[in-house]
Ligand binder design. Structure first.
Ligand code: T3D
Length: 270
């Protein structure tokens, strides 16, 4: 197995106008997670959240893969007692998923190649998932005797239904991007060479949007996963009240009536 050069950061962050590009950067291991990458990714997300000029985030992988999940070279069975994988989820994967989903701005995944194991879960937790035609989603867990994690057993039945969720989880077969899009697992499959351009265009558009409203939309859709209709209607009322008091709403209506494009100010500093 090739090693990552020790001077290479495991996460790259690029600041763009209104958004950030965060790249998983362990290409020799297909961007598999080790502890350093967990820490670096979580710091990059926290930093983006703290930046008032950041209105969206683009997540992608360096090289030919998006992310191959846990780095299995850190899991080679040795002479000592087996590792507690529940502890690994509790300390690393679960906090990452919670942090990613709680970001107040949209996260766009540009899945440039294979997304396997927790790498697939990571991609699927993003708000808008674009995948290159050559990309594949693999629930690799069953092949090594594990259970889909990082929210996969929660996401899959919701996104593709019970029958397909079971097939994917139990068989661990690669699902190509076009089928993933057809099944509703992701937003869109695009030509490999168009992937980054499309993902960047979406981030630019979101970052120029009514960003408070976009954050409220995320909250409403997240809550809908657990609410009954009455509870959700009450939540929509509360969130709409909040949205209706924003300068962006006033600007949106004014621009519509003036027959011009709106210029939103948002919560995020533009
Ligand atoms: O442990 C815990 O903390 C619990 C949490 C677990 C979460 C999980 O994600 S468990 C699932 C872990 N991931 C996998 O089981 C996937 C393992 N990888 C693969 O099955 C295949 O590599 C892929 C299907 C992803 C890609 O196949 P292919 O043929 O395109 O590439 P390859 O030749 O297998 O891999 C290229 C290199 O990346 C290779 O290294 P080498 O031989 O060139 O030096 C390979 O060993 C390395 N690599 C790929 N995936 C991993 C990896 N190295 C370490 N960990 C990996 N997950």
């Amino acid at each position: 197995m090739s090693d990552q050069p020790s001077d290479q950061p495991s996460i790259l962050v690029e600041r763009r106008a209104g958004y950030r590009v965060v790249t998983l950067n362990r290409p020799a291991r297909l961007n598999a997670f080790n502890e350093d990458m967990h820490h670096a990714l979580r710091a990059a997300l926290a930093d983006a959240q703290a930046d008032p000029a950041c209105g969206a985030l683009l997540l992608t992988g360096a090289g030919r893969a998006f992310c191959a999940g846990q780095d299995l070279s850190d899991r080679a069975p040795g002479s000592g007692p087996p590792r507690d994988l529940g502890g690994s989820l509790e300390n690393f994967y679960n906090p990452l998923v919670r942090q990613l989903r709680a970001l107040p701005f949209p996260v766009v995944a540009a899945v440039n190649g294979t997304a396997a194991g927790a790498g697939a879960s990571l991609a699927l937790h993003c708000d808008i998932v674009l995948a290159a035609h050559s990309a594949k989603f693999i629930q690799a867990f069953a092949k090594i005797g594990l259970v889909p994690d990082s929210g996969s057993t929660w996401l899959l039945p919701r996104l593709v239904g019970a029958a397909r969720a079971r097939g994917l989880a139990l068989l661990g077969e690669p699902l190509v991007a076009a089928t993933a899009a057809e099944w509703g697992l992701i937003w869109k499959a695009v030509a490999d060479e168009a992937l980054m351009g499309e993902a960047e265009a979406i981030c630019e558009r979101l970052a120029k949007g009514a960003t408070i409203g976009l954050g409220l939309i995320k909250r409403a859709l997240d809550a809908a996963e657990r609410n009954d209709l009455d509870t959700q209607l009450a939540l929509e009322r509360d969130l709409q009240r909040e949205a209706g008091f924003t300068p962006d709403y006033a600007e949106g209506v004014r621009a519509f009536l003036d027959k011009r494009a709106p210029v939103f100010s948002g919560r995020r500093g533009r």
